[in-house]
Design a protein around this ligand. Structure first.
Ligand code: SAM
Length: 291
């Protein structure tokens, strides 16, 4: 469990971070040494880390200023945030309309415009975070996450983490290997006035690593058998260790019949009309519990 002091540090960081972003385009915050001296484990440091492709040299003063504050590492590009806001629309057209999300909707130029070189280079990876996938939408199981720590693997826009925090999860760790996804989680968390003390973001590939969190949520990550074959042994070990594993999935290839004996169906939902169009062939989505 996170020390209260660490949570306070995160809060302090959030405040300073916002102030800093107002002053400069790029913020770099480093406090590994300070945290180490507080006896934090490497795993916790990593958990608090939101890495980006920032070049720190441009903002030495800001870095030094924040080092003094002994804050966790959390780097975010202000211009990435601005791009996300500019290229998305705020939407509630999904199964959790109580959560507003910056999404790439049909009104957005990225939705179906022929991609020009400019649009292709806008984000480093395909902006999966710009869509709220059926599997993620299904993972609105607040009764199961109440009071628990949650790891949201392949979080995309972060809606599952936001839903968990809104329903009193202890905290949520939103994890996506696409750093732009991490930034979109922050943008969406702010949009929904989420208690940022309870939100952590990591862009590390955590698959195969030990997990501290009590509940693991996986929304629409079984998009092919290759990733399913990597995920399954990890989830099997985590289930043995007593973790609750919830999978939201509309019936993607990765959850083939060979995987079904490991899963118990908890819920089924009809997808909204726009979600059916975006996810051709799918009309429903399911929540599965691993074993
Ligand atoms: C189909 S999207 C689902 C996003 C979100 N869970 C939802 O349902 O809206 C899959 C996401 O998984 C992320 N991803 C792929 N491999 C990953 C990995 N090894 N660890 C963490 N995230 C990963 C991708 O970047 C992408 O954002």
């Amino acid at each position: 469990m996170l020390a209260t002091r660490t949570l306070k540090n995160v809060l302090t960081f959030q405040v300073n971070f916002s102030l800093l972003l107002k002053k400069s385009k790029i913020a770099l915050i480093k406090a590994e040494d300070a945290l180490k001296s507080e006896g934090e484990s490497k795993a916790k440091l990593e958990r608090l880390r939101f890495k980006s492709e920032t070049t720190p040299s441009q903002n030495k003063n800001a870095e030094n200023e924040l080092k003094k504050e002994a804050l966790p590492v959390w780097i975010c590009f202000q211009n990435l945030k601005e791009k996300i806001v500019k290229e998305t629309k705020i939407s509630d057209q999904h199964l959790t309309p109580e959560i507003l999300l910056h999404l790439i909707t049909p009104e957005c130029r990225l939705f179906n415009a022929r991609l020009t070189a400019e649009l292709e280079n806008l984000f480093k990876n395909d902006p999966f975070w710009g869509f709220y996938w059926p599997g993620g939408q299904a993972l609105k199981r607040p009764d199961l996450v109440k009071g628990k720590s949650v790891l949201d693997v392949g979080c995309g826009c972060g809606a599952t983490s936001i839903a968990a925090i809104k329903k009193n999860a202890k905290y949520a760790l939103a994890n996506d290997t696409d750093e732009a996804a991490g930034c979109s989680v922050l943008v969406n968390a702010e949009l929904n006035s989420i208690d940022l003390c309870k939100l952590f973001i990591s862009s590390r590939n955590l698959i195969g690593s030990p997990v501290e969190e009590e509940v693991i949520c996986i929304g629409d990550l079984f998009y092919d058998e290759e990733i399913a074959d990597i995920l399954f042994p990890w989830l099997d070990n985590l289930a043995d260790a007593g973790k609750m594993i919830l999978i939201g999935d509309p019936g993607r290839h990765g959850l083939s019949t060979t995987k079904m004996p490991f899963l118990t169906k908890l819920a089924a939902y009809d997808l909204t009309a726009n979600c059916c169009i975006e996810n051709k062939g799918f009309k429903n989505v399911f929540v599965w519990k691993f074993r």
